[in-house]
Structures are given as C-alpha cells and as structure tokens.
Write a protein that binds this ligand. Structure first.
Ligand SMILES: Cc1ncc(COP(=O)(O)O)c(C=O)c1O
Length: 455
C-alpha cells in the first residue's frame, strides 16, 4: 500500500458548498437562549437589535441540517481553503508511539487561525443587510484579526474591544488589526457604561472575554446601522466552522482512515464544534463511535469544573442567557497566555453534548501545554498558538497511552492557529517565569455566586 502523504489538500472543487448544522441530528436540542427580561426563549425580534437578521435566523434554526454557503463566501474561502490535513509522522516518531496522529491545520491563512471561517460569513451577512459597521470582542487577538480582514474585504467599519491582558502582551496583534482598518480599544475601557462599571469595581483587572463582549454589545446597540458579531460560543459560529470537519472527513475518507479519537481545544467551542460536526453526526446516528475530547486550560475549566446552568454570555449581563457549562459570568480567570480560552462559558451545543455523555473533557496547566507546543514546533515545524497547543497536549497524551497499550489508534486533532504573536508567552516558558494558577474551589464559588437564580 502506498504511504500516506504528509499533507493532503483537497481540490478546490471538493470544498463543501454547505455548512452542517449539528443540532439537526441531536437527540435532544440544547436549551433555548432566554430573554433575561421575560425569561422566555428569545425570538428573532429579540435578537435583531444585536445581530444581523440572517445570523439571528441561523442562531435559532435547530432543524435545517445543511445550509448553503453563499457564493461570495465560497469565493473568499477559496482564497485560503482547503486547509491541509497533515499526518504528524515526525511527532509520532519522537513519541515512539504506534498511534497515527493527524491534524487539520487552520493556521495556514493570513489571519493565522480558524476564526476567518466565521468572520467572512458574518461580515458578508452584515454587508448584505446594509449595515455600515460592526463591533466585536477579541481575546487572543485572532478573532479580531480575522474579522478586521473580513470587514476590510466587504467594506465595513469595525470596532474591536480587545481583552486588556492581550492588548498589553501583544502590541503587534493590535497593529495587524489596525492595519486592516479595525479600531482597537483595550477592554475594560471608559468608552462604555459596562466598561466603566467593571473598572470601578476592579481597576487593575486585565479584562476577560465576558467584559469585552459587554462593551461590544453596548456599542453595537447604541450606534446607528451597527450590529455585534461574536467569534465563538454561538450556534451560528459552530455552523460556519463546520467547514473544518466537513473537509477533514472527506480527506480522511480519501486516505481510508477514520479517527478513533477527535481532540480539540475549547474556549467558547467554535473550532471543536466545527471539527467534530460530521464525526459527532456519525456518533449520533449510530454509524461510528469515535471518542470526542475537549481540552481546556486548568485556569479556566468551564467543562471540567463548571456548572451546567443558565448564565449570561457576558460580564455586564446584557446578552441573552444560555444554558451552558459555566464558571459564572463574574469569573475572571488568571492571566493565562491562551487568551482565547479565557471564557467563563462554553457553546450551548457542546455543553449539551457533554452533559448527555457524547463528549469528554480534560484540562491542563499552561506549562505542560507549552512543553507540548515546543516539542510539536521542533518536530512538525509549525509554531502553534497557545490555544491550539492545548489540543496538541491532548493528542500527545493519547498517543503516549497507545505506547503503553500497544494500540495503533488513529488520533485526529485540530491545530487552530499559529503563535507568532505569542512570543511573550513562549519567552516566559523558556525563561521559566511562566506560572500555573489553578482556581481554588473558593475562587470558583465566587464565580458561581454570579449565576442568575432561575434554575
Ligand atoms: C488560535 C485559537 N484557537 C482556539 C481558540 C478558541 O476558540 P474556540 O473555542 O471558539 O475555537 C481561539 C480563540 O481565540 C484561538 O485564537
């Protein structure tokens, strides 16, 4: 049999023309988003002041299995897709494992991560609706970069509230967003009521995604012809990210492979939800039974130590409430270098699947994650984003288990992005100043105290 190639690229014609909506195959739907004023499920009319109408429809659509990707979005996808499926031969050799390790590499575009898949879709729908601007938050800076690229392409103004910790740590990430035309504000800021309130309560905070979301939503709803867009958590974002899993499944089929285990890092759940889509479909419909593993930071353990409860998606309690695994919207995680994984909640779709036993979750301390990241960089010649390195660590641990048992399992993981703007983090790992703060039960209790009392 011919050796499996190092990298497999699909042809342009093989790029899927429809997204896959995982909810259509779920035995039970995730609980609906609630309007915090009425505690009733949100309607399109509730969502329209915040989101573009088409995206609001996608958010609430739990039944349409496949949704056409608009032609303009397909054309932009072709600029950087398909992304390669890579066999990690060198890493396998270094680990001396019988396992076969594959990764889907989404960092091979100018924005540096998978976030572009949803940014293009969301900017397209905003422009089509006749909006002139959008607002958003960014943690690691990857989503802000991707959206800034997409907005400049479609001709929309953009304001990005960037979590202060990342804003300070990654000045060049900010400069990239600005180069594409985005206006970047460190969050919490004094430009919004929500930001001023958070600053008054905690003047030295390094911010969080939850704070930045509050500021972006407030600005969107108080600016004419402007809406808010979000890079993770929401059902619509998982829908757009399904392009990752759909391409992966085709590529694996071409190789005659099927994963025993699928692994992804989980911040708000968009890359993981996208990667696992078609494999979870097989699991839900009884065609196959791969293990699905979410990897999160020990400093922000929403799945592994959070509660499955209704909560706000932001710190300022302005958004609809979602039933999800959460640490409480008031929880501010310690300054972990994986800014994109510092979110208090998790996608309601993934939360439901995890709650119903279709998924597993593990958490790692950041020093262990960076050990894995540097080994991977040396062997596979890609410098991973700290977020993505969580999935690498998960895959390495699975491969090492195979070494012990002698099983030649097929491991698939999502490599969501590159870490070239994260060199402060790599430096602190190399000079051993990196620390691991794991929240105590007491810390978590403080976050849980901020949960709305409705369950
Ligand atoms: C490179 C990268 N990977 C993963 C994530 C986590 O987000 P999600 O869980 O939505 O995929 C982020 C978020 O910023 C990111 O920048």
């Amino acid at each position: 049999m011919a050796k499996i190639p190092h990298r497999l690229y699909l042809s342009e014609e093989q790029i899927p023309k429809q997204w896959y909506n995982l909810r259509a195959d779920m035995k039970e739907q995730p609980d609906p988003l609630l309007n915090p004023a009425t505690l009733k499920p949100v309607t399109i009319d509730d969502l329209k002041p915040v989101f573009c109408e088409e995206l609001a429809k996608q958010e609430l659509d739990g039944t349409t299995r496949y949704i056409d990707i608009p032609e303009e979005v397909q054309e932009m996808y072709k600029v950087y897709r398909p992304s390669p499926l890579i066999r990690a031969y060198n890493l396998e050799k270094a680990l001396d494992t019988p396992a076969k390790i594959y990764y889907k590499f989404e960092g091979n575009n100018t924005s540096g991560s998978h976030k572009l898949n949803s940014a293009i879709a969301q900017a397209y729908y905003a422009k089509k609706e006749g909006l002139t601007s959008v607002t958003t938050e960014t943690g690691a800076g990857q989503w802000g970069t991707a959206l800034s690229e997409a907005c400049s392409y479609f001709g929309l103004d953009l304001t990005v509230y960037m979590v202060k910790g990342s804003y300070i740590q990654k000045p060049f990430r900010k400069a990239v967003i600005q180069t594409f035309g985005g206006n970047v504000i460190a969050s919490p800021s004094d430009t919004t009521v929500a930001g001023r309130k958070i600053l008054a309560e905690n003047p030295n905070t390094t911010g969080s995604l939850g704070c930045a979301i509050s500021e972006a939503v407030e600005t969107a709803t108080t600016t004419p012809n402007c809406r808010y867009v979000l890079g993770s958590v929401l059902n619509q974002v998982l829908l757009h990210q399904s392009i990752i899993g759909l391409e992966t499944k085709i590529a694996m089929e071409m190789l005659g492979e099927y994963p025993d285990v699928v692994i992804g890092c989980a911040g708000g759940g968009s890359n993981l939800g996208g990667l696992i889509g078609p494999f979870m479909q097989d699991k839900l419909t009884g065609k196959a039974n791969p293990r699905i593993v979410a990897v999160e930071p020990a400093s922000c353990p929403s799945l592994t130590r959070g509660k499955y409860a209704y909560d706000f998606c932001d710190t300022g309690k302005m958004t609809p409430m979602a039933r999800m695994y959460t640490l409480g919207s008031g929880f501010i995680p310690s300054a972990n270098h994986a800014g994109g994984l510092r979110y208090h909640g998790m996608s309601p779709i993934l939360s439901k699947l995890y709650h119903d036993g279709y998924m597993e979750a593990v958490s790692y301390e950041q020093t262990k994650v960076f050990e894995a990241a540097t080994l991977f960089a040396k062997k596979e010649t890609i410098l991973p984003a700290p977020e993505s390195a969580h999935a690498i660590k998960g895959a390495i641990d699975e491969a090492l288990k195979c070494k012990e048992t002698g099983e030649a399992k097929t491991i698939l993981f999502g490599l969501t992005g590159t870490g070239y703007f994260d060199m402060t983090a790599y430096e602190s790992f190399m000079n051993k100043t990196m620390t691991d703060y794991i929240p105590t039960d007491e810390d978590l209790e403080k976050g849980f105290a901020s949960l709305p009392k409705i369950d």
